[in-house]
Design a protein around this ligand. Structure first.
Ligand SMILES: Cc1cc2nc3c(=O)[nH]c(=O)nc-3n(C[C@H](O)[C@H](O)[C@H](O)COP(=O)(O)O)c2cc1C
Length: 309
């Protein structure tokens, strides 16, 4: 019998449509160490954002809780692409799930070089983060302008034949403009959305709580915004067969179903993992039950199946 939860994400065969999101699942080793962790319910893991050189990240504090959400300003702390490819990937490549690199840089050339390093590795796909709000150079600056976004995607495209997933920012006026530029430059898929820019203030100290002053808002607080962006994107991508990993505040099977109906082909879980690292198991079971109860043979039939009349 075929697996009703299997999806094909731009050529990456996922046994489950659930993807663990970058920055919320480390380099996967941390998860493997958790008792009872079941990789069979996870289609893919997006590894922590990786840059050409190692980065120490931003000054602490880097996290702040907010109503129904979380602000983070990690600042892309990572050991650098060479270390990830040469030392970390050999230790995790055996895991029974797909592995997606998440790459970032301060210049277009940085992105291209990191993509080249991952191209010569067993990674299954490359997610381009042009939407990180927490670094001074690069990141969101590339994702806010169609020409810059296209320049990054096209430079990465020239370095790899692996599937490319462009991660879009909600911190723009028209997400469709950036998406169209990324499609022309050769992206195979999208991740939407990355965090929204936000701030938290300590009124006793009269200071910003985050060392970086501002950070990226994630979690249930951003879900309605994420749903709308995915729906807007789906109208552009569906006729072209370009898949979307929908994300932003998913914490239950019902949340995941909403994203599929809005047009997602797979769903990402990030912040919810901090509360329950085993939450994918619950979401996987809930999704399976929804399909059965509603008479869907496959999760792929849910994508964009929103009644508008
Ligand atoms: C602590 C933390 C670190 C993150 N680091 C990255 C990163 O390195 N690269 C990236 O593309 N997104 C990063 N993100 C964004 C998430 O991958 C995800 O797109 C976003 O949080 C929305 O999903 P969620 O509401 O389920 O967390 C990070 C998010 C959090 C909370």
């Amino acid at each position: 019998m075929s697996n009703p939860l299997a999806v094909n994400l731009a050529g990456i065969a996922l046994a489950s449509p659930i993807v663990l999101l970058s920055g919320c699942a480390g380099f996967a080793e941390e998860l493997a160490a958790i008792e009872g962790f079941d990789f069979s319910v996870i289609g893919a893991i997006c590894l922590k954002g990786t840059t050409l050189e190692p980065r120490q990240g931003n000054a602490p504090p880097r996290l702040a809780e907010t109503p129904a959400g979380m602000l983070n300003a990690i600042g892309l702390q990572n050991p650098g692409a060479k270390t990830v490819v040469e030392h970390i990937l050999p230790r995790i490549r055996h895991l029974p799930t797909r592995l997606i690199a998440n790459i970032a840089g301060s210049t277009v050339a940085d992105y291209a070089e990191v993509a080249r390093l991952f191209d010569n590795s067993p990674i299954d796909g490359i997610e381009i983060n042009i939407s990180c709000p927490n670094v001074k150079e690069g990141g969101a600056a590339f994702g806010a302008d169609p020409q810059s976004a296209a320049a990054v995607v096209s430079a990465v495209r020239q370095m790899t034949s692996k599937p490319i997933i462009t991660k879009l920012s909600p911190n723009v006026t028209d997400i469709g403009l950036i998406a169209r530029a990324a499609i022309e430059a050769g992206t195979d898929a999208f991740s939407a959305i990355n965090t929204l820019m936000g701030m938290a203030i300590d009124i006793q100290q009269r200071r910003p709580i985050l060392g970086n002053r501002q950070g990226g808002l994630s979690g249930p607080a951003i879900k309605p915004i994420a749903l709308l962006k995915v729906w807007q994107l789906h109208k552009i991508t569906a006729p072209l067969g370009i898949p979307i990993i929908g994300q932003g505040g998913i914490a239950s099977g019902e949340d995941a179903v909403e994203f599929f109906l809005a047009g997602a082909n797979a769903v990402g879980i990030g912040t919810a993992l901090f509360r329950n690292p085993l939450i994918a198991q619950q979401i996987h079971a809930e999704l399976g039950r929804y399909l059965q109860n509603q008479g869907f043979a496959s999760v792929t039939a849910l994508t964009g199946a929103l009644h508008l009349a």
